[in-house]
Design a protein around this ligand. Structure first.
Ligand SMILES: *[C@@H]1O[C@H](CO)[C@@H](O)[C@H](O)[C@H]1NC(C)=O
Ligand SMILES: *[C@@H]1O[C@H](CO)[C@@H](O)[C@H](O)[C@H]1NC(C)=O
Ligand SMILES: *[C@@H]1O[C@H](CO)[C@@H](O)[C@H](O)[C@H]1NC(C)=O
Length: 447
């Protein structure tokens, strides 16, 4: 029982580590959309809020909030994520945004969107071209997929070449857009940064998926003095920039992804290895090991694994995605192998097909059962890793999970095989124990 106990404790730690930082590091989603009026920058006409951002540029420009901003001069602010900085300057009926790379990594394209998560948020995506020009593409996506060109955006953005500079280590790209009701307020926007240039001037060029993205809060309610204008023109070096972290709750589909990740990890990487180790160790001491093995692999792990699978499928359904990437295909394959392994175990134990060989050696299927078990756990290790490293940031649209999960994964992927192969050292003892049973025709090796 010793290994089982230490497994359980380590397992618990792995979840605290994997989940804790995840919960803390969230930049939020699901907060207020910039399309809705947060009240601060709006005028005194309550009815203007819903219409200004969703109608034409002209309507946005004539909104009362805009005139409120223009009478009180310039407003603006700068926010920085780890890869880029964005400044916004509200000047009367127009807002000028500057997106500047911090120079941390090569800049392929940069984008911002007027909302707090990717789905249905109007986005402005910009990239430099090899001929020295830059392309501005207004796009929208129904979910966390590549956004496509929006031919009729709520507000039309215009590239601002004079305020852009595509050279140097901190290239910047600027555009102007008619002000919205909430332009001169603190609001949540989304940003994205890609390090691969589309290599195509067309507004509908294919984008290689962003390197990083997320919601961020920009406060453009601050009064901007003449002397601050230079800061806003170079947001990456603006001493007044804020980090803009926003904390809003997980969306339902993101909660389902987390439940899926936790349940499948518990089922495949804690319960199944525990049941395998239980068999490996206890069968060298007692012939009654099978009950524990059976209970772990089927009665305990089964419901957890099936719930995890269902959560994953539900998350995809809720988000409107498709069950068709590598992680999902592997998921179904591993689940099928798990079911086959349960069936094989049941056949070995209850039907007891005997060996075809004359010497009545241990039947081949018994070895196959052990090898298949190792294969399933091995694949599950791979699957959990692609899940938290690739699938989570790509599908949830949230930042990557902290490196702590990675560290726990490495410890686990070493520890489980070490415990298993250490158990193989007990094989001689197991064979000695089984020897007296060899003459019994029916229940050799399997009781
Ligand atoms: C605006 O809304 C506030 C409360 O939401 C209300 O007290 C006020 O009368 C409204 N003003 C107008 C002009 O509708
Ligand atoms: C603000 O807008 C006015 C009118 O369009 C323009 O003349 C002025 O230069 C702008 N100010 C800044 C700081 O961009
Ligand atoms: C930026 O910071 C300086 C002092 O560091 C301050 O005088 C100025 O008003 C600030 N500007 C804004 C827009 O906050």
């Amino acid at each position: 029982m010793h290994p089982t106990l230490s497994l359980a404790i380590l397992g618990l730690c792995s979840f605290v580590a994997a989940h804790g930082p995840l919960a803390q590091r969230q930049y939020g989603y699901g907060g207020s959309n910039s399309g809705s009026n947060s009240g601060k920058g709006g005028g005194d006409d309550n009815s203007s809020s819903a219409t200004a951002t969703s109608t034409s540029a002209a309507a946005g420009a004539s909104g009362t909030a805009v005139s409120a901003a223009s009478t009180s001069g310039l407003h603006g602010g700068t926010v920085c994520s780890d890869l880029l900085c964005i400044s916004g300057l509200v000047n009367g009926s127009t807002v000028q945004y500057v997106l500047q790379s911090k120079g941390t990594t090569n800049m392929g394209w940069m984008a911002m969107g007027f909302g707090s998560f990717m789905s249905n948020t109007p986005m402005v995506i910009m990239w430099p071209n090899s001929d020295g020009t830059m392309t501005l593409s207004q796009r929208k996506a129904p979910s966390e997929v590549m956004p496509t060109v929006d031919s009729n955006p709520p507000r039309v953005a215009t590239p601002d070449d004079a305020a852009s500079d595509l050279t140097g280590t901190q290239p910047k790209m600027s555009f102007t857009i008619p002000a919205a009701d909430n332009s001169a307020t603190s609001q949540t926007i989304i940003w994205a940064f890609g390090n691969t240039n589309p290599g195509d001037k067309a507004v509908d060029a294919t984008l290689i998926q962003h390197l990083e993205s997320g919601p961020i809060s920009i406060d453009m309610s601050q009064v901007v003095a003449e002397t601050d204008l230079a800061h806003l023109a170079n947001p990456a070096t603006d001493p007044n920039s804020s980090s803009g972290t926003v904390d809003t709750p997980l969306l339902p589909f993101q909660k389902l992804i987390i439940a899926h990740g936790l349940l499948c990890t518990i089922g495949f990487l804690i319960m199944l290895p525990a049941g395998a180790l239980l068999a490996r160790y206890s069968r060298t001491f007692t012939n009654a090991w099978f009950l524990g093995h059976w209970v772990f692999q089927f009665a305990f792990a089964g419901p957890v694994i099936i719930s995890g699978l269902v959560c994953g499928i539900e998350a995809v359904k809720k988000q409107g995605g498709e069950l068709s990437d590598d992680h999902k295909r592997w998921g179904f394959a591993i689940f099928a192998l798990y079911i086959a392994q349960l069936g094989l175990g049941a056949i070995i134990h209850w039907l007891k097909p005997t060996s075809w060989t004359v010497g009545k050696r241990r039947p081949a299927q018994n070895y196959f059962h052990a090898v298949l078990g190792i294969l399933i756990i091995g694949l599950a290790f791979y699957q959990v890793r692609t899940g938290f490293r690739t699938e989570w940031p790509a599908r949830s649209g949230r930042p990557a999970i902290s490196n702590a999960a990675n560290i726990v994964w490495y410890i686990w992927v070493v520890l489980v095989p070490v415990l298993y192969f250490a158990g193989l050292a007990l094989l001689p003892r197991q064979f000695r124990m089984e020897r007296p049973h060899r003459k019994a025709p029916s229940d050799e090796y399997t009781n």
